[in-house]
Design a protein around this ligand. Structure first.
Ligand SMILES: Nc1ncnc2c1ncn2[C@@H]1O[C@H](COP(=O)(O)OP(=O)(O)OP(=O)(O)O)[C@@H](O)[C@H]1O
Ligand SMILES: [Mg+2]
Length: 269
């Protein structure tokens, strides 16, 4: 099985990394993929935004300190081909370990060993350019950069792209930028629309996903209840964006595999 490991990362905090990891993962699994979500944030963004945190399972923190094996940390969802690896309980010990070269390798090996058998592995990274993000990007095929259309977030982009370039150069030559995902876009905000237009005009057209995630207060409510948008009757509109994103990713994957070859169909059955 071809596994695609995708990190969701951004320099700025609060751009929708955890929300996008959960909702994109849910959509990909609903479309028949085997999906693993990894909470790569010591603050437990994904574990808090779902009920993974309530399970008495060890997580990344415990893997780092040698208290658990990666395989023991996987939680399977009740009725989807969706699994998760939580953050566990971070202590000073596990944080110190993560800063070391040995810690980086433990994180990288953990991701690789749990990824087998999944079509997609989505890693919810902490904000910034620290040791965790560096380790996760070193084992990812690509990175999605969720970005809201606020001045501070957009201004952080060039430095973050440079950071990705640095990781690619030093540790992972096959790492690509899957795309920039515009999140929380408020169509009623003139400044956001202005920034969005400028971003579309200045960045290469393939860099920004065609799919845009609109601003919707329902995401706040959902994160309090630990649910993906597609699970709620009240959030079908909010869920749609992430289904579109899943299809866009799938489309890109097909195009990558097929390349420019002429297609030859052998019949479905
Ligand atoms: N499309 C959206 N519309 C409105 N609010 C949203 C949307 N997506 C996410 N949010 C809310 O914005 C906040 C930040 O989202 P999220 O936690 O996903 O960001 P993050 O990038 O993971 O943050 P951090 O850098 O702190 O890990 C959360 O309260 C979330 O519920
Ligand atoms: Mg987060």
């Amino acid at each position: 099985m071809l596994t695609q490991i995708i990190s969701l990362a951004s320099q700025k905090g609060g751009t929708g990394k955890s929300t996008s990891t959960l909702n994109l993962g849910y959509s990909l699994a609903s479309l028949g993929n085997h999906v693993l979500l990894i909470d790569g944030d010591p603050q437990g963004g994904l574990s808090l935004g779902t009920n993974i945190g309530e399970k008495e399972k060890p997580g990344l923190a415990d893997i780092l300190t040698g208290k658990a094996k990666p395989e023991e940390c996987i939680v399977n969802s009740r009725n989807l081909t969706l699994s998760a690896l939580g953050s566990g309980h971070f202590s000073t010990d596990s944080l110190i370990k993560s800063e070391t070269q040995a810690g980086k390798h433990i994180l990288m090996d953990a991701v690789i060993s749990v990824s087998q058998g999944f079509n997609y592995v989505l890693i919810d990274c902490p904000a910034g350019m620290g040791s965790f993000v560096r380790a996760f990007l070193s084992v990812s095929n690509s990175v999605i950069i969720p970005l809201n259309m606020r001045n501070t977030a957009v201004r952080s982009l060039p430095v973050f792209l440079q950071f990705i370039e640095d990781v690619r150069h030093k540790y992972n030559p096959s790492l690509t930028v899957e795309g920039i995902l515009v999140t929380m876009l408020d169509f009623a905000s003139r400044s956001e629309i202005e920034i969005f237009k400028t971003a579309k005009d200045t960045l290469p057209s393939t860099t920004i996903f065609k799919t845009v995630i609109n601003h919707d207060y329902i995401f706040e409510d959902l994160s309090l209840n630990g649910a993906a948008a597609a699970m709620s009757r009240k959030a079908t509109k909010a869920a749609r964006g992430y289904f579109e994103l899943a299809l866009e990713l799938h489309e890109r994957k097909i195009n990558r595999v097929k390349g420019d070859e002429d297609e030859e169909f052998q019949g479905l059955f």
